[in-house]
Ligand binder design. Structure first.
Ligand SMILES: O=C(O)CCC(=O)C(=O)O
Length: 367
């Protein structure tokens, strides 16, 4: 699904790669050095450790500006059958941007689901290959549990079953309280909280096999949760062929930490490209690049904020796209709504996580 990074040397040869690098390296002017860096931009602009974001399309600002003239190449494509404002690009058919599609309450709900429910087996995550299926990772992290290896690769039992907590897993690892075992007894152990931070993706519904770059229908899976499927069906409307309904069959949840990025790629593994990918942004703001059918075409950068939804259908499915940068704590992350909504006791752990993280849920009709 995601194209690999080109071998060294090729990295900056294309317009897409150059844009990725520019935004990845963007640094907000420090308060102290603000006038200095402004002066630098005026004298030639450019990126590489400074730079500016003036070319980044901000659909929230366009929406707030009201009926005024839109920048060249951008238009409103609202639908009578759809209740929210929709933007699109004249030269990028099949791409739709729905700013602020989800309320703060809805965003919080989907953030909780993304952390607590979506990584649950049989859904697989990037951690599955190393640790086997892990149940209740988020609860374990909240309760400061440790994941320990209970059976070495030669099958030898490392820790007495009776000495450890109730969270036994079919794999070789299980959660225990730190106090329950001695340090020397756990040759391979990781704090559950550290594992939450290492979560990069989970797959829902039909499971995607990254090594084969295809769906593996033989892998055990649950169907997409009804409420997520309903949301996707509702939000897909502006991009759907008339008279048809979107059926959610698979989803990938991407978890981004402070310096994570998603390199340019095309999503071409689904059979029917007339159906959109419904892509939901949660948590910290990011820059999203929408490029052309090759990496040689310069991409259009745009901000994606928590609650925004993007649809990519038809021709837009062939376009390279990616996320070179997210804006975390102290760096214009734009999550004030979430901060007040998640400040209650039980949600504090989620708030700590989302302060420095972005989550993307992209939902697909595969067949
Ligand atoms: O994180 C995003 O907004 C984009 C995700 C994406 O492009 C993908 O998963 O294919």
């Amino acid at each position: 699904m995601y194209a690999e990074t080109e071998p060294g040397g090729a990295a900056e040869r294309t317009a897409f790669r150059r844009a990725e690098k520019q935004y990845k390296l963007y640094k907000p002017p420090s308060r102290k050095g603000r006038s200095k860096s402004r002066g630098k931009q005026a004298g030639g602009g450019g990126f590489g450790g400074g730079g500016d974001l003036s070319a980044v399309v901000d659909f929230h600002a366009l929406l707030a500006a009201g009926e005024g003239e839109l920048p060249a190449g951008i238009r409103r494509c609202d639908r009578a059958s759809f209740h929210l404002p929709v933007f699109c690009f004249l030269d990028r058919p099949g791409f739709y941007f729905i700013p602020g599609a989800l309320s703060t309450e809805e965003q919080c709900y989907w953030i909780r689901e993304s952390l607590k429910t979506f990584p649950q087996p049989p859904n697989r995550t990037n951690l599955t290959a190393t640790y086997g299926p892990i149940s209740d990772l988020f609860i374990a992290a909240k309760n400061q549990k440790i994941l320990v290896e209970v059976q070495s690769s030669n099958g030898q039992e490392r820790v007495e079953q009776n000495n450890v907590g109730e969270n036994a897993h079919p794999g070789k690892f299980k959660f225990v309280d730190g106090s329950e075992i001695q340090k020397e007894e756990r040759p391979k152990s990781t704090m559950a909280a550290a594992l939450v931070r290492k979560l990069r993706w989970s797959t829902l519904g039909l499971q995607f096999d990254w090594s084969k770059r295809n769906y593996d229908v033989s892998l055990p899976h649950n169907k997409i949760p009804d409420d997520l499927a309903t949301l996707a069906k509702k939000m897909a409307v502006p991009a759907m062929p008339s008279g048809e309904e979107f059926t959610a069959e698979a989803a990938i949840v991407n978890y981004y930490g402070p310096s994570d990025m998603l390199g340019g790629h095309v999503d071409d593994m689904e059979a029917d490209w007339t159906k959109p990918i419904v892509s939901i942004s949660l948590g910290c703001k990011c820059i999203f690049l929408l490029g052309g059918k090759t990496r040689d075409e310069a991409p259009t950068p745009m901000f994606l904020r928590s609650g925004d939804i993007v649809l990519m259908a038809g021709e837009a499915r062939e376009r390279f796209h990616g996320v070179p940068r997210i804006f975390t704590e102290g760096d214009q992350q734009d999550i004030s709504g979430l901060v007040s909504e998640l400040s209650d006791g039980d949600d504090r752990f989620i708030l700590d996580y989302i302060h420095n993280s972005r989550i993307n849920i992209n939902i697909r009709q595969v067949y």
